[in-house]
Design a protein around this ligand. Structure first.
Ligand code: G1P
Length: 301
């Protein structure tokens, strides 16, 4: 057991979901189903499997169903027990005390950095994980990257470790982009971050290494968040706080995800459909039916 195990995680889930209207008119994008579970439950499962015991979800207006979803439901469990429905009881196992849930609200869209800053009291001067509520990790053992990042964070004494993925050149403007100088990116090997920039205009990106929705931070991130100023849209960017850490010569590392652990973003329809299809195909209960259907359909396409 490491000397200072990481037990706390923040899931920012306050984004408006405008790109998914009308599906998100009255429900959070994080609650859209991806196969048999709402998107955010994959994130919670990943954090629980990584032994994160305390999970703070940053919600917002029209996000109350997230709280309901993670609330224990003794009458429902009792009814399923009476009916002897083991399969459904198993599906609700995520409610059984593997972690404690906390919620706070971001009342106005003031940016990802502001959302994370709302977790300062919850984190109480410890290391913490930040996992974006609209980004899922696919593949076997989706918690493996986070576990490895947490171990590396402790052994390196890092201020921050940031998961990254390689994106096509014409997509870098959608992400936080990391500069690791001449270092050859290798999955699972920490790379010292020289700089980081949020959504650089096309052609100005320092690399194709995009921030991939999973972070491990030392408590100094909250000082960084209190030092930065809002961007032109009036939003406080987490990327700018990480940049502040780099400028302060704090040890900040990037962690390239293994291609076996693909990241899915449910923030727009194209990637949401992709996520749904891949997770439905990987479903151990219904995947074979989906595969059969898609194979038959492919003949007609
Ligand atoms: C956020 C971060 C960005 C990151 C992305 C995916 O952007 O600000 O740095 O690359 O998530 O993890 P958003 O998708 O909220 O615009």
């Amino acid at each position: 057991m490491p000397a200072n195990p990481i037990t706390k995680a923040i899931i920012p889930a306050a984004g408006l979901g405008t790109r998914l209207l009308p599906a998100t008119k009255a429900q959070p994008k994080e609650m859209l189903p991806v196969g048999r579970k709402p998107a955010i439950q994959y994130v919670v499962d990943e954090l629980q499997d990584a032994q994160l015991r305390d999970i703070l979800i940053i919600t917002g207006r029209r996000k109350r169903s997230i709280e309901d979803h993670f609330d224990a439901d003794p009458p429902l469990v009792a009814a399923l027990k009476r009916a002897g429905n083991e399969a459904l009881l198993q599906d609700l196992a995520f409610l059984e005390g593997r972690s404690r849930f906390f919620f706070t609200r971001q009342s106005e869209p003031q940016g990802l950095g502001h959302a994370v800053s709302l977790g300062a009291d919850f984190v109480e001067n410890q290391n913490c994980v930040v996992a974006l509520g609209d980004s899922l990790i696919g593949g076997e053992n989706p918690d493996a990257p986070l576990r490895a990042m947490m171990n590396a964070h402790l052994s390196l004494g890092a201020a921050a470790i940031i998961a990254v993925e390689i994106v096509p050149p014409d997509e870098t403007f959608r992400y936080g982009i990391i500069d690791v100088g001449a270092m050859e990116p290798t999955p699972g090997e920490p790379m010292v971050v020289n700089d980081i920039v949020e959504k650089p205009p096309a052609g100005t990106e320092p690399s194709h290494l995009a921030v991939a929705a999973r972070y491990v931070f030392s408590p100094i991130i909250f000082e960084a968040l209190s030092r930065i100023v809002p961007d032109r849209q009036g939003e406080l960017q987490l990327t700018d706080a990480i940049r502040w850490l780099v400028r302060m010569e704090q040890p900040v590392y990037a962690w390239l995800l293994n291609p076996a652990h693909k990241r899915y973003d449910v923030g727009n329809f194209e990637s949401y459909y992709r996520a749904f299809i891949d997770f439905a195909l990987a479903d151990e209960r219904y995947g074979y039916m989906v595969r059969k259907y898609i194979k038959a359909l492919a003949y007609e396409l």
